[in-house]
Design a protein around this ligand. Structure first.
Ligand SMILES: Cc1cc2nc3c(=O)[nH]c(=O)nc-3n(C[C@H](O)[C@H](O)[C@H](O)COP(=O)(O)O)c2cc1C
Length: 549
């Protein structure tokens, strides 16, 4: 298979160069000054702030219903409900305290808790807030009025979005990750976007809303819509790059909106507020990240309309908790107990939730077939032999994988005790704990968990769309991660994303001899020991704002 030349070569070179190797990690700073961590919050000084009510607590939707199309009554789109969506997706979920140290956690996780992702909303006129472009400042749960529309813009946006929809745009500030992770940081920014997309999809589902990723948009349209093209406002080393535009709608099906129509409506917009400087130091420079950002810039493309083939209903989950409690309780386990087994029922439910179903959250945001498949390192699942397994997330790829994964001792035993629609194969039987830990940069969580996994991408197939599709592998991976995080919580377990792994050790283990398939992200799920030292504090107590009903 031939890849289109030009920018794809840059992407392949970036991917190759940012691999971690056992003997050498990808290039990053030699020394980290923790006191110089960039500010995790973007603020637009001088922009008018609209305080959002803290209303997520009033949402009663059951977690299990988030996956069931139409099970949750569709709420009208109002400022209060938009506030709830933001609170449950990009908002704070808790504060953690250890002795004198305190740090905030958010509903969306982030590599190193550095949070490169910024969220914006484009709203039509609503009660208590004018139409415009707003930046969401999660620490204070406010919307900063960044883009002010004239009368014709208000009318135009109103007609495009009507009363039934609004847009959420996501951007990344790579410096926040680059500061710590150097050249590999671009990958982590993209994983975080995937987590944020899924977090938004779940939060929208609590309100009965649809979410569609506007995949055809050019990055320039996102840039212009969010005011990120106002270059003179931004510190040159703290570039904020456009990532995705999502349309949130209170309609039967997701609503599509054309990018150029929105940019036309915003033509006479006035931008307010000066973005804060996040870091005054910038001791290191990582020009490779700039190169890959430029190479993966997305042009206008055609809409993709893949619909997931029908599957039996999602396996049952014995969880009667409210969705908001599961969402806000999502955390990364720092340790697993290395003892507790999980049931096959729980294991299969976790795997089943990573399979797209027609019209069902969260996978309905994407309209293309899955390109990531799961290599599972099973350690502690009662009734399932420990070993290495593969779960193919769609039909029609089995033969190619059997040819590509060239290891004589792989037995490719199709699992029969699992749900019939699973394409789950055992590759090797045996203790996989040591190897799982070794490939995960020696992190114990990969071995002490019930299972850990790698997400193997159909790398060349995806890149046929263009170099920009490189980012989408990480989005799909981040989404799988977010699904597993929430499902783990709902099952009384815990998950942790693993961005640090030795890429080619994974590939060698699988007998892969080309870059056709590449591991994109790893994850672990298990039972954490009780941590009595860490104190958990409520997310917005620091605001002393009244909780509204
Ligand atoms: C893309 C990504 C990669 C991560 N990689 C690791 C990792 O290699 N090891 C680890 O212990 N935690 C890892 N984490 C977990 C983060 O450290 C964690 O999300 C962050 O500290 C915020 O904490 P929270 O998830 O509890 O909100 C990763 C998270 C993400 C989103």
């Amino acid at each position: 298979m031939n890849l289109p030349p030009k920018h794809n070569e840059t992407v392949l070179a970036y991917h190759e160069r940012t691999k971690h190797h056992i003997e050498r990690y990808a290039r990053g700073p030699a020394h980290i000054n923790w006191n110089a961590k960039p500010d995790s919050y973007r603020r637009y000084t001088g922009a008018k702030c609209f305080e959002l009510p803290l209303v997520a607590d009033t949402l009663t939707s059951a977690y299990v219903n988030l996956y069931r199309p139409k099970a949750i009554t569709q709420q009208p789109i109002t400022l209060n409900k938009v506030a709830a969506l933001l609170e449950l997706s990009l908002g704070l979920s808790a504060w953690k305290q250890y002795e004198n140290e305190r740090w905030a956690l958010r509903c969306n996780p982030s590599s190193g808790n550095l949070h490169p992702t910024e969220g914006y909303v484009v709203l039509p006129k609503m009660l208590n807030i004018p139409a415009g472009v707003y930046h969401y400042l999660s620490e204070e749960h406010v919307l900063e009025h960044r883009g002010i529309l004239g009368a014709s813009g208000v009318k135009h946006i109103g007609s495009l979005l009507s009363n039934n929809s609004f847009l959420i745009g996501l951007s990344s500030i790579p410096w926040r990750e680059m500061w710590k992770y150097g050249e590999r940081s671009f990958r982590y920014c993209q994983h975080d976007i995937g987590h944020a997309i899924a977090a938004i999809r779940y939060a929208a589902a609590t309100l009965g809303w649809q979410v569609l990723l506007l995949e055809d948009w050019a990055d320039t349209d996102i840039l212009v819509t969010l005011g990120l093209d106002q270059e003179e406002d931004f510190h040159t080393s703290e570039r904020e790059i456009p990532e995705v535009m999502l349309c949130i709608s209170a309609t039967e099906e997701g609503q599509h909106i054309v990018g150029s129509e929105i940019t036309d409506a915003l033509i006479n917009i006035t931008w307010k507020g000066i973005p804060n400087i996040l870091d005054t130091n910038h001791h290191y420079e990582w020009p490779l990240v700039e190169t890959v950002i430029n190479a993966t810039y997305k042009p206008l493309t055609e809409k993709r309309d893949w619909i997931a083939p029908p599957l039996p209903p999602l396996l049952p989950l014995a969880c009667n908790r409210r969705a908001i409690n599961v969402i806000r309780q999502r955390r990364s386990a720092q340790l697993f107990d290395a003892v507790t087994h999980i049931t096959t029922k729980a294991f299969y439910r976790l795997l089943d939730s990573t399979l797209p179903r027609p019209g069902a959250a969260p996978w309905d945001v994407f309209r293309h077939r899955p390109l990531l498949h799961l290599i599972l390192f099973v350690h502690r699942v009662t009734g399932l032999s420990p070993g290495v397994y593969i779960l193919l997330r769609c039909d029609g790829v089995e033969e190619e994988f059997q040819i590509a994964l060239q290891r004589e001792h792989f037995n490719w035993i199709k699992q029969t005790g699992c749900p019939k629609h699973f394409q789950l194969y055992q590759l090797v039987s045996g203790d996989a704990k040591t190897v799982a830990q070794q490939i995960s940069c020696h992190q114990e969580i990969a071995a002490d968990s019930a299972f850990s996994l790698g997400m193997l991408s159909e790398f060349h197939i995806g890149l046929q769309y263009g170099p920009w599709a490189y980012r989408q592998f990480f989005w799909e991976a981040g989404m799988i991660g977010q699904v597993l995080y929430l499902e783990a919580e709902a099952l009384g377990l815990r998950g942790t994303g693993i961005g640090c792994y030795f890429d080619d050790v994974v590939h060698n283990l699988l007998g892969l001899i080309s870059t056709r398939y590449q591991s994109i992200y790893h994850f672990s799920v298990g039972t954490p020991p009780q941590d009595k030292h860490l104190q958990t504090l409520p997310p917005y107590a620091h605001l002393k704002r009244e909780k509204k009903q």
